[in-house]
Ligand binder design. Structure first.
Ligand SMILES: *Cc1c(COP(=O)(O)O)cnc(C)c1O
Length: 505
């Protein structure tokens, strides 16, 4: 399994190198042509557990890891970190299916990938003297998932920066109570963009040299890393197996998936599963009001020149879906020249257009749709009213699009990407809207004191009889142990000091 850049076949790496470097030097993403030759035997997979399926898929796609390394990585990542024995259980939502990807330590789907990536990085480093320091800026969610994944992993440290007083109460507590000997968590005086820009600068700054002298190298845990992508393929196979076991389909029947999408990582993993032999019919790409992908998949024009909208599904507020480049690579039959041309146009002009031929090939597999915030709220209400299921705003975007695009007689699985209790306030407001319209007696929203982020968690539990996941409700009792706040300009010296003095690699 040799990986090379989507933009140049000559830039090659084996899977360990690709996991350690993340992005190619030419700006492209690592892909492997061998992916199209792999066909998994579904019958054989039926007898495997989640961990078994994960080992099978990882050892095929990351084949310079030894069987022992894969096996150890899988049991560390999924052995006892997810609160459901199935890891990603499949449950009914009306006549369709919900693939619950949110039972990990931070209650969002990024846990599935971020529990695994650190293990793969650590194993790729073993035997060398090198240490890696992951540095990430977060608007709230990804940083916490990365902290949980990298916590106490050998040879690696992690520093996470978030905007001071600009994350939700729950997100703040998730980070301020973070345990681990190898982690630094710090608020910065500025907004998320400031933090992200500062982190990017750090990668080309002088502190690199100081750290390198001590054998420490900076890296990121970006969602384009194959170490994040490959673990996501697993749950598509697991969802399919669950449908067979429930008798909802027979082995080899077609199934559609609807995926709430931002950076195109999650849905790309579904496409990889299809390439590897899973009988996937359509992959329905669901976007929020930042509907660049809906336009692209219907018209063939990718155009990021539009207003960026802040929505109630913030993890999908993205105008450049990086992982799309990989889908284009495979759909173009591996045309690296075409991909580098399109990506050059994207970076120069903010847009590109593909041929009608390529668009129709893509549309054979991918369908798309979108939901703005008011449609998302309506979908939360509708799902609850009609199926009794409480879903988060990201999943709700998918729910609305699934209802619109679903094919009759083909089962559809909606990927549920976060626990509704991660977004209590918005979910509560959406549900209350229904009662208001019925003239129901709900307490007035404006009177609530938001100083305590648990207020809406309690209201939501009261209203629905569902309990918040322990990972969130337990935050009430956890002591705040991370109080660092720095100015933007002091970030480099903060990183240097933490790396030299406090982080235990
Ligand atoms: C990251 C995220 C998404 C989008 O996934 P992509 O792989 O970026 O397409 C959707 N929902 C939630 C809750 C997320 O955290």
């Amino acid at each position: 399994m040799i990986y090379h850049s989507t933009r140049n076949e000559k830039e090659k790496a084996d899977s360990k190198e690709a996991v350690l470097t993340g992005l190619c030097r030419d700006g492209g993403l690592f892909v492997s042509d061998a992916l199209m030759d792999i066909k998994l035997d579904l019958r054989e997979l039926m007898g495997l557990s989640y961990e078994g399926t994960a080992k099978r898929i990882l050892s095929l796609l990351l084949n310079d890891y030894s069987t022992e390394e894969i096996s150890d990585a899988v049991s560390r990542a999924y052995g006892n970190t997810f609160s459901d024995a199935a890891v990603t259980p499949l449950t009914p939502i009306g006549k369709d299916w919900l693939l619950e990807l949110y039972h990990g330590p931070t209650c969002a789907f990024k846990d599935v990938a971020l529990q695994m990536l650190p293990q793969l990085m650590s194993k790729a480093l073993s035997g060398s003297e090198k240490k890696i320091l992951i540095v990430t800026a977060t608007s709230g969610d990804t940083g916490k998932a990365a902290l949980e994944g990298f916590k106490d992993v050998e040879n690696i440290g992690i520093a996470v920066f978030y905007p001071h007083r600009k994350v939700s109460d729950i997100q703040y507590l998730q980070m301020a109570t973070q345990e681990g000997e190898n982690v630094a968590v710090c608020a910065i005086e500025g907004n998320f963009d400031d933090a992200q820009t500062a982190v990017k600068k750090l990668f080309s700054s002088d502190i690199n040299k100081d750290l390198a002298k001590r054998g420490i190298f900076l890296s990121s845990a970006n969602s384009i890393n194959i170490g994040r992508l490959v673990p996501q393929i697993v749950y598509y196979f697991e969802a399919y197996k669950a449908l067979v076991k429930k008798g909802a389909i027979s082995l080899y029947d077609e199934v559609d998936f609807c995926v709430p999408t931002g950076n195109f990582g999650d849905v790309l993993a579904g496409y990889y599963a299809k390439l590897m032999g899973l009988p996937v019919g359509k992959l329905i790409v669901a976007s929020n009001a930042n509907n660049v992908l809906t336009d692209f998949l219907s018209k063939g024009v990718y155009d990021r020149n539009r207003e960026f909208k802040k929505t109630i599904s913030p993890s999908m507020d993205i105008l450049i879906s990086s992982n799309l480049e990989r889908m284009l690579y495979y759909m173009s039959g591996g045309d690296t020249e075409l991909i580098s041309e399109l990506m050059r146009e994207l970076s120069d002009t903010g847009s590109y257009e593909i041929s009608s031929d390529m668009l129709s090939r893509i549309r054979e597999v991918f369908d798309s749709g979108c939901a703005d915030d008011s449609e998302t709220r309506e979908a939360i209400r509708e799902a609850y009213r009609e199926t009794g299921r409480l879903i988060d705003p990201h999943t709700a975007v998918g729910y609305k699009v699934m209802k619109e695009k679903k094919r009759p007689d083909i089962p559809c699985v909606l990927l549920s990407t976060a626990s509704p209790f991660k977004f209590c306030h918005d979910v509560w407001e959406a549900l209350s809207g229904e009662d208001a319209s019925k003239g129901g007696a709900e307490p007035p929203m404006a009177s609530t004191d938001e100083k305590d982020g648990f207020y809406y968690m309690d209201r939501l539990s009261e209203k629905t009889g569902e309990k918040a996941p322990l990972a969130l409700s337990r935050l009430r009792e956890k002591p705040v142990i991370r109080r660092d706040v720095v100015a933007i300009n002091d970030m480099p010296s903060y990183v240097l000091r933490e790396a030299m003095e406090n982080i235990r690699f």
